[in-house]
Design a protein around this ligand. Structure first.
Ligand code: NAD
Length: 297
C-alpha cells in the first residue's frame, strides 16, 4: 500500500506555481489576487480560509479576506460580490461555504463573475466543464486529478465509484473521471444517499472517491483488495487526548482499509492540501486570462 501524500504533492506543485508567478511578473504581469469572503465564524471555515490566505502569501499572491457577521443579508452579500466583480485588481473570488441558512449559496455563487470563479462552482463554469470546454475546474476534483497525475495512476478503463453527489465534489468528479481526457476515460458510477446495496457496487471498484461527510463510513468489507482510495471527507470527531478536544477523520475507516488497498489518501494530509493547490492554479489562470481579455477589449 502506498500513501498518496497530499502535503508532498502540493509542495511540489506550489514550487512550480511560485516560479510561474515570478516569471509572469518578470514579463510585466500583475500579482494574482484572490479575494475570499467569510460569513460568520464557523471554526472549520476559519481554518480553511486561513489556509488559503497563508498559501497566497507563500506563493506571492495578493489576498483580501472580507469578513461579515452572520446577520448580513443575501442582498448585501451579493453587493459585496459585485464590488469584487467590478474591481480590476481582483482576479479570483471565493465564498467560503457553508453560508448561514437565510442566504442561498446558489444565489451568491451565481453572482460571481465566471471569469473570477476560481472555486469552479458557477453554473457557467460547470457547464463548460461538462461539455469539455476550457474552464476552471472545481478545486477539489481538480486537486484529485493532479494527485493521480503525480503518482502516474492511469484511470483509463477503470471502474470508479464516486460516493456523494454534491455540486462541488461528487458530481464534477464523476464528470472529470469519465470525460475523454487524461486523466479520464474511466467508467464511473455515481452513488448517493438513495443508492441501494452500496457495498455490492463499491466491491467492484478499482477506485473509490468518498465524499460523503460521514466519519469512517467506507469500511474494509466494502473495498476490493488492491483498490485505490481517495478520501475527500473531513469530519471532526471527539478526542479527549487532544488539546482541541477533537481530531479530523475522513469518510473512510483508514486503519482497516489501508492494509487492503494499493493507494490511499490520508486525512488530514491527502485531498485537503490538493484542493488549495487547485484553487491556486485557477487563480493563476484567471490573472493570465483576464490580462489577455484586457488586451483584446
Ligand atoms: P455534501 O453534504 O454536499 O454531500 C454529501 C453527499 O453524500 C450527498 O450527495 C449525499 O447523497 C451523499 N451521502 C450521504 N449519505 C450517504 C450514504 N449513506 N451513502 C451514500 N451517499 C451518501 O458534502 P460535500 O460538500 O460533497 O462534502 C463531503 C465531505 O467532503 C465533507 O466531509 C466535507 O467536509 C469534505 N470536503 C473536503 C474537501 C477537501 O478539500 N478535502 C473539500 C470539500 C468537501
Amino acid at each position: 500500500m502506498q500513501i498518496l501524500d497530499g502535503n508532498l504533492v502540493s509542495a511540489h506543485i506550489k514550487a512550480q506555481i511560485k516560479q510561474e508567478v515570478i516569471d509572469w511578473q518578470a514579463q510585466g504581469g500583475k500579482k494574482p489576487h484572490l479575494a475570499a469572503i467569510l460569513v460568520g465564524n464557523n471554526p472549520a471555515s476559519e481554518a480553511y480560509v486561513g489556509n488559503k490566505v497563508r498559501t497566497c502569501q507563500e506563493l506571492g499572491y495578493e489576498s483580501t479576506l472580507l469578513r461579515f457577521g452572520v446577520d448580513i443579508t443575501e442582498e448585501e452579500l451579493i453587493n459585496e460580490v459585485n464590488k469584487l466583480n467590478n474591481d480590476d485588481s481582483v482576479d479570483g473570488i471565493l465564498t467560503q461555504l457553508p453560508l448561514p441558512k437565510h442566504i442561498s449559496p446558489d444565489a451568491v455563487i451565481n453572482s460571481i463573475n465566471p471569469a473570477k470563479d476560481v472555486d469552479g462552482f458557477h453554473p457557467i463554469t460547470q457547464g463548460k466543464m461538462l461539455l469539455g470546454q476550457p474552464s476552471f475546474l472545481p478545486a477539489t476534483p481538480y486537486g484529485i486529478l493532479m494527485m493521480l497525475e503525480y503518482y502516474k495512476i492511469d484511470v483509463t478503463g477503470m471502474n470508479c465509484v464516486v460516493i456523494g453527489r454534491s455540486n462541488i465534489v461528487g458530481t464534477p468528479m464523476t464528470v472529470l473521471l469519465s470525460r475523454n481526457a487524461n486523466p479520464g476515460n474511466a467508467t464511473v458510477t455515481l452513488t448517493h444517499s438513495r443508492t441501494k446495496n452500496l457495498k455490492d457496487i463499491t466491491l467492484n471498484a478499482d477506485l473509490i472517491v468518498a465524499a460523503i461527510g460521514k466519519p469512517k463510513y467506507v469500511t474494509a468489507d466494502m473495498v476490493k483488495p488492491g483498490a485505490i482510495i481517495i478520501d475527500v471527507g473531513i469530519n471532526r470527531i471527539e478526542d479527549a487526548t487532544r488539546k482541541s478536544g477533537f481530531r479530523l477523520v475522513g469518510d473512510v475507516d483508514y486503519d482497516n482499509v489501508a492494509p487492503l488497498c494499493s493507494y490511499i489518501t490520508p486525512v488530514p494530509g491527502g485531498v485537503g492540501p490538493m484542493t488549495i493547490v487547485g484553487l491556486m492554479k485557477n487563480t493563476l489562470d484567471a490573472v493570465k486570462q483576464n490580462a489577455k481579455q484586457a488586451v483584446l477589449s
